[in-house]
Design a protein around this ligand. Structure first.
Ligand code: SF4
Ligand code: SF3
Length: 512
């Protein structure tokens, strides 16, 4: 029995991985992840919605996101846990979906992959003690719809509902993050590393970072963020720890090179973990839903990570490191709170013509060629425009100093992928101030996708009726030609072309 997976942007031949994942996932691991989905679908059809079962659903979905869990033993153990909760004779095999009519498969994939993204965000909210019954009910509703014989219209409605629920979920996570750690505020983050023991913490989980900061408080170990943990520096209740020093490395897809023989311990809290090379495997640790064979997995007691960092000792001298464009300062902290506190000024600058356009250049990064489009696009944006960014795609350009417009930095890093919520809030507030719709604002979205969290964010934008999104570097393999036609006609979604052409098209359209 061969695997089949086409859930991410780097899928083989733009069609699907069938022998081994391009991400490094083995065929057996992919088959187990499918089995995990089968059991979850059986669970929602058989068992009641309660705290224990919702946690199984949320974490189970999260485990199957790209670059989260490669550990067959851990996945098998999780399947057994679910099996114990299934108390009826429902039998489902997700392979029937992969073999079904391509439009139905496309719509159900949008729902299933989007739901995985929602699960990741809901997991982070739950960890901080925030819950919502509408979101929980939807996990059951959407998963139980996968085996059903539904019309294209019914499925399309569910696709948009996934986007609607994700908006609610990102709102809940925003509330959880800001109420727990304060509102993000502007902060300069260094890419340089101080001498002495250190730990690199990767992923998206703020709670894990807080626990690690607490547990390393008086241990002589410095903490550096990596990848999507970078925005944590902007939260007052996280940056109050003086040993949270800076950010290590560039984008997630460079980790195999950047972690090679690193004299530090590395903790992965969520995606994106890549196949762990033997040159640094002894210093990698995973927690929660992340797993990799032969890598030590921890649950909230980070003593082994700390001991490893002390044993490795870090660099002997301070080490100068930079972003990919040579800059060594990253500016973070432009969530909705700080951008909206400058809203009056931004509105005034738009009215006076000092700000002619706002670009949202955000989304995932990835290893495939062609993603330099985003760096080139940002470099080409006119000096009288702002560039909002979020998620890990920003590592292509976040060390660039684009200058300021009357005291407002041109490049505004709004945070992690889930902070798309901030961008949406800002867009809605601007639309209110100008008494127009978001589509009438001088605002354009140029997005990059890689994994399934990007899918749910895209569905949220569709739910909100946002038009003219440019999406790249390639379109999802799971969107069939007919569904793509509907999306391009209804929402005017277009694939990216070249930076000059796209920029010209955007600016011309907005002048009309
Ligand atoms: Fe292939 Fe992406 Fe699936 Fe990995 S997650 S197996 S790369 S489609
Ligand atoms: Fe990135 Fe993996 Fe998508 Fe949070 S860390 S956005 S790719």
């Amino acid at each position: 029995m061969d695997m089949f997976c086409f859930q991410c942007e780097q899928t083989a031949a733009q069609k699907g991985c069938i022998k081994q994942g391009v991400c490094g996932k083995s065929g057996d691991c992919a088959i187990l992840q499918d089995e995990l989905l089968d059991r979850l679908i059986e669970l929602v059809n058989c068992a009641e919605l309660n705290d224990e079962n919702i946690k199984l659903v949320v974490d189970g979905l999260f485990m199957t996101i790209t670059n989260v869990n490669f550990d067959e033993a851990q996945i098998q153990e999780y399947i057994e846990k679910i099996r114990k909760k299934i108390n009826c004779n429902y039998d489902y095999n997700i392979r029937t979906l992969w073999r079904s009519d391509e439009d139905i498969r496309s719509l159900k994939s949008l729902i299933l992959f989007g739901l995985k993204g929602v699960a990741a965000y809901y997991h982070h909210a739950m960890v901080l003690g925030y819950k919502n019954s509408d979101i929980e009910k939807f996990f059951f509703e959407a998963l139980s719809a996968i085996p059903k014989n539904l019309s294209k219209q019914e499925l399309f409605d569910l696709v948009l509902k996934t986007g609607e629920i994700n908006l609610k979920c990102m709102g809940l996570l925003d509330e959880a993050n800001t109420k727990t750690y304060g509102n993000p505020a502007f902060k300069k983050v260094t890419t340089n590393i101080e001498k002495g023991p250190f730990i690199v913490v990767s992923g998206h989980d703020l709670k894990d970072l807080e626990l690690l900061l607490e547990q390393t408080k008086d241990k002589g170990v410095n903490i550096y963020t990596h990848g999507e943990m970078l925005p944590c520096h902007a939260y007052p209740k996280l940056n109050k720890y003086h040993h949270l020093k800076g950010n290590f490395g560039t984008a997630w897809q460079n980790q195999q090179k950047e972690f090679d023989n690193i004299p530090a311990a590395i903790l992965f809290t969520t995606n994106c973990i890549m196949p762990v090379k033997t040159s640094y495997r002894d210093r990698v640790f995973t927690t929660c839903v992340v797993g990799y064979p032969d890598v030590i997995h921890l649950e909230k007691d980070f003593t082994p990570v700390i001991n490893k960092a002390l044993e490795l000792g870090g660099y002997k001298e301070d080490k100068k490191m930079t972003g990919i464009n040579g800059g060594d300062v990253l500016r973070v902290g432009f969530g909705h709170n700080s951008v909206l506190s400058a809203a009056d000024k931004i509105i005034e600058l738009i009215k006076s013509g000092d700000i002619k356009h706002i670009f949202l250049v955000g989304g995932c990064d990835g290893a495939k060629t062609g993603r330099n489009y985003y760096t080139d696009f940002v470099k080409l944006t006119p000096k009288n425009s702002l560039v909002l960014t979020l998620a890990c795609g920003k590592y292509r350009f976040n060390d660039l100093d684009l200058g300021e417009i009357k005291g407002i930095p041109r490049l505004l890093d709004m945070g992690q992928c889930n902070d798309a919520y901030s961008a949406i809030k800002v867009a809605l507030e601007l639309a209110k101030a100008f008494d127009c719709s978001v589509n009438e604002l001088p605002l354009s979205m140029v997005l990059s996708w890689y994994e399934q969290k990007a899918v749910c964010i895209l569905l949220t934008l569709l739910f909100l009726g946002v038009e003219n999104i440019k999406l790249g570097p390639t379109l999802p393999a799971f969107i069939s030609p007919n569904i793509l036609k509907i999306l391009s006609e209804k929402y005017k979604i277009k694939p990216i072309t070249t930076p000059d052409k796209d920029l010209e098209e955007i600016l011309n359209r907005c002048q009309k």
